[in-house]
Write a protein that binds this ligand. Structure first.
Ligand code: PRP
Length: 209
């Protein structure tokens, strides 16, 4: 049985590709050059998807497994198994505020306006502390929102910190750390248990290498 593994093409792609090649599942550069989205890698079939779509493919069972950031899992809470932390793509989910906020806390506002790609994570976090929020959902370049006055702060992932720095923002609070995770379709886990366990073992070895 050939397993299908969905890979994220965004921020996590390069580190995931290196991890897979350590596990003997190299992603062919030729296939990438030809913009192929389904690639054979030994006994595994790789499919390339947008980071946020990986859980959808796995939940629907058209991919048996996938690689996705904890940030996306926290937002989408898909019905999948999450058997392995791959340790790559390390970043932090943060509240970031303009550097020149003059010491005035955004938490003191009657309603905090938050621009984010993570509306569910944001709402849960602020509501837990009883802070009213207006969530402004965006799909990218979130750092623009405070610059233009669309929001007071953002909730987003920070890896190197360069994007925050370049746009006059700083970290206010850290919500959690995120790394890439292996997720597995629930039916595949039962029906293809040997193959899935084999994949998990190979990836575990790659993580330790
Ligand atoms: C993420 C995030 C920030 C940036 C942070 O976006 O939304 O904009 O990376 O990285 P840094 O701390 O290294 O500067 P991503 O590149 O994943 O793109 P996206 O907006 O398409 O999700």
């Amino acid at each position: 049985m050939t397993l299908t593994l969905a890979l994220p093409t965004g921020r996590l792609f390069e580190e995931t590709k290196s991890l897979l090649s350590r596990c003997g599942m190299s992603v062919s550069d030729e296939a990438l050059t030809h913009r192929q989205l389904r690639i054979a890698a030994g006994e595994i079939t790789l499919v390339l998807a947008k980071d946020r779509d990986v859980p959808t493919y796995v939940e629907h069972g058209v991919a048996d497994a996938g690689v996705v950031g904890k940030d996306v899992l926290a937002e989408q809470a898909p019905e999948v198994y999450e058997p392995l932390d791959l340790g790559v793509g390390r970043c932090r989910m943060v509240v970031a505020r303009p550097r020149q906020s003059g010491g005035k806390s955004y938490r003191d506002r009657s309603v905090v306006r938050v621009a984010t790609k993570y509306p569910r994570v944001t709402t849960t976090y602020f509501h837990r502390d009883g802070i009213p929020v207006e969530v402004i959902p965006l799909s990218g370049s979130v750092e623009l929102a405070p610059l233009l006055g669309l929001s007071d702060v953002i909730v987003d992932v920070v890896q190197t910190g360069r994007t925050l720095e370049a746009n006059g923002l700083e970290i206010g609070e850290v919500l959690f750390e995120s790394t890439a995770r292996l997720i597995v379709n629930r039916a595949s886990f039962r029906l293809e248990n040997d193959a899935v366990r084999g994949l998990i073992r190979r990836l575990e070895e790659g993580v330790r290498a």
